[in-house]
Design a protein around this ligand. Structure first.
Ligand code: SF4
Length: 543
């Protein structure tokens, strides 16, 4: 048989693998080595290296300069927008990153950078390009600035701002301003010029926005696969997010560091807003007797968080293939950062006199974050998933990945896969690995040892580089087929144990109308599937 190759990137409208055209190798189109010449540098590199430093942003500019940001899922972005508007900033969320952004990122910055860097750099660059075409470069540098999270490493995340700087230079927008929100510093105070204050009211607003958005996202993904009327979940989510956006925008103006912290922790303002979200979701009717595999999403932070081209739209693709998606909460990442800080202080006990104090502060911060998540979750009747314990994740990952190795998700990626497997939280794990990511390459290596020990752990690591969608989805589909069989088997075993049949289960559910509401919690009884847990719930109530 003649060797054959598959087209490497199908059109976006064709998402089915069976629709991929097969092309004979000898008739395949020969692409030129490089279709687009690299951009010329606008600043000659003949001086010493200087770290990027934005021009000051003054208070007087606040009313006319729009702050751009993005890189999370749309619910979190919308709520952060509300929190920032409450503080008097003009804001705009960047459009969702697309494949065109990936290509622009590769052209304008370092071609060897990890794919999330290319997506985010290209996303900003393409937005600015469109604005330059509309109002000119000078107006763009005057009227916009960009704010993003940053850190000192240990991966390329510590160099994102360098990528932005290079792309901006290549666009001829050297004086465009990019500000970094240091993820390890909750209170950076006013930035040069005083226009941007990365202080406690700002940071707490962003954290609360992330926590609330995560819970809404989780509720949405637990509901949509079972909705009786198609589109109800989408409508409820849009309404809920707008309601919360409004709550953030209208919250009392908070200026002081401690008064802001106290207000967030002590008042019931956001609990009441979340109860309204519950009332919106009360109207969504569900049928949880449908048997579906639960797929836990893990992987690199950016790829597991966004929904769209950067991860081949994997969330919606999995749902279309008949799965229930267990999304990755950003709050777990915040919890992990606090755990990393606590570990570091723990290691310095005996060397640094204030280490114990700092350790206590980090642990208190962790407790308060988890308490807030649990408090808001309760307002949604505890339907969204709980947060896994960081200590448990660390212990599970310890035989395979050192807990002091940071960068990317560190040992958490391994810990989460094992947590889902041992605790029967999901039937399979889909792990999103970025092209050219060093920490992720290490995690994948560690996962090989995990799979050697637990060969029946269903694990689909898919490499994301923007142009291998068919390969990635087909790999995921193979494991998903196994997960579907496992979910069905589990359901049948539960029926046998409980003496129920599918018909009797449906009758029992119909006799309890509250079970058809999206906001009725079905507890976890040690099996992964929603239908299997429902059967155990109904059987328990009948005894
Ligand atoms: S974890 Fe990997 S993909 Fe993410 S920023 Fe770091 S190097 Fe890039």
């Amino acid at each position: 048989m003649e060797p054959m190759i598959a087209r490497s990137h199908p059109s976006h409208s064709s998402r089915s693998i069976s629709g991929v055209r097969i092309v004979r190798a000898d008739s395949a189109h020969k692409a030129p080595l490089r279709a687009v010449p690299p951009p010329e540098r606008t600043v000659p590199m003949n001086g010493h290296y200087r770290a990027y430093r934005p021009r000051p942003f003054t208070r007087e500019e606040r009313d006319r300069v729009t702050i751009l940001f993005g890189g999370l899922h749309w619910r979190a972005e919308r709520l952060i927008q509300g929190a920032m508007e409450n503080l008097g900033y003009r804001t705009q969320v960047l459009p969702p990153a697309s494949r065109a952004d990936l290509l622009a990122g590769r052209e304008l910055a370092d071609i060897g950078q990890c794919c999330p860097t290319s997506f985010t750099t290209g996303n900003l660059a393409n937005f600015l390009r469109a604005q330059v075409a509309r109002i000119g470069a000078e107006e763009v540098t005057k009227n916009y600035l960009y704010i993003t999270a940053g850190s000192c490493g240990a991966c390329r995340f510590g160099q994102y701002h360098e990528s932005y700087e290079l792309a901006l230079r290549n666009l001829g927008l050297e004086s465009f301003r990019v500000f970094l929100l240091d993820q390890a510093n909750l209170d950076q105070g006013a930035q040069e010029g005083g226009g941007l204050e990365l202080n406690m009211p700002f940071t707490l607003g962003a954290i609360w926005a992330v926590v609330l958005a995560d819970l809404v996202q989780d509720l949405e993904y637990r509901t949509r696969p079972y909705e009786v009327n198609a589109g109800d979940t989408e409508r409820a989510t849009r309404e809920a997010v707008e309601r919360l956006y409004d709550a953030f925008r209208r919250r009392p103006v908070l200026r002081g560091k401690w008064s802001a912290a106290l207000w967030y922790l002590a008042t019931g303002y956001f609990v009441r807003a979340m109860r309204e979200v519950k009332r919106i979701y009360d109207r969504v009717e569900v049928d949880r007797t449908r048997v579906k595999p639960v797929v836990k999403i893990t992987g690199e932070f950016y790829l597991q968080t966004v929904e769209g081209d950067p991860n081949y739209n994997i969330h919606r693709w999995l749902e279309a293939e008949g799965a229930e998606v267990y999304p990755a909460a950003v709050t777990i990442w915040l919890d992990y950062l606090l755990r990393l800080a606590a570990q570091e202080f723990e290691d310095r006990i005996g060397v640094d006199r204030r280490a114990r104090l700092k350790l206590a502060a980090a642990r208190t911060g962790q407790r308060l974050l988890r308490w807030t998540y649990a408090r808001m979750r309760r307002a949604l009747a505890d339907v969204p998933h709980e947060l896994p314990e960081q200590a448990e994740l660390r212990a599970l990952a310890a035989p395979y990945y050192h807990s002091r190795l940071s960068g990317g998700e560190g040992d958490m990626l391994v810990g989460k896969a094992l947590w889902a497997y041992h605790g029967k939280k999901a039937h399979m794990t889909c792990e999103l690995s970025p092209y050219a990511c060093m920490p992720n390459t290490m995690s994948i290596g560690a996962m090989a040892a995990v799979l050697g020990r637990y060969p029946d752990l269903l694990y689909a690591p898919i490499e994301i580089k923007g142009d291998a969608e068919v390969h990635a989805l087909s790999r995921c589909q193979m494991i998903l087929t196994e997960a579907k069989k496992r979910a069905q088997r589990e359901f049948e075993e539960v029926l046998e144990r409980t003496g129920l049949t599918p018909e009797r289960l449906r009758e029992a559910v119909a006799a309890r109308p509250e079970l058809a509401r999206a906001t009725t919690r079905v507890p976890h009884y040690g099996v992964a599937g929603t239908a299997a847990n429902l059967a155990l719930h109904v059987a328990g109530a009948r005894r």
